[in-house]
Write a protein that binds this ligand. Structure first.
Ligand code: ZN
Length: 91
């Protein structure tokens, strides 16, 4: 999803499990929205940013770097997202 490279799809296709085009914060729920902008993922994103900076990484970063340099941290972030909750109950 981030880069379109085949070997990453198995990790990143989890974004596909949500079919609601709108995020709970009323923005269009795109991959970039979830990674960089969504208010409801603020805490989880901050945790990811902290971990990326712990590896001497920079934030904001490019999608390609998330998928290549920070894949493990990024996958943890993706897996921590409860899409059901995002769409149904959070503000
Ligand atoms: Zn959002």
């Amino acid at each position: 999803m981030v880069t379109g490279h085949g070997k990453l799809r198995s990790h990143l296709h989890i974004f596909g499990i949500t079919h609601n085009p709108k995020c709970s914060c009323e923005e269009e729920e795109t991959t970039n929205h979830l990674i960089f902008h969504s208010k409801i993922l603020c805490n989880k994103r901050n945790e990811m940013i902290k971990q990326i900076k712990n590896t001497c990484g920079n934030w904001p970063t490019m999608n390609e770097r998330l998928a290549n340099d920070y894949l493990q941290i990024f996958v943890k972030f993706v897996k921590s997202i409860d899409f059901q909750t995002c769409n149904d109950t959070l503000l």
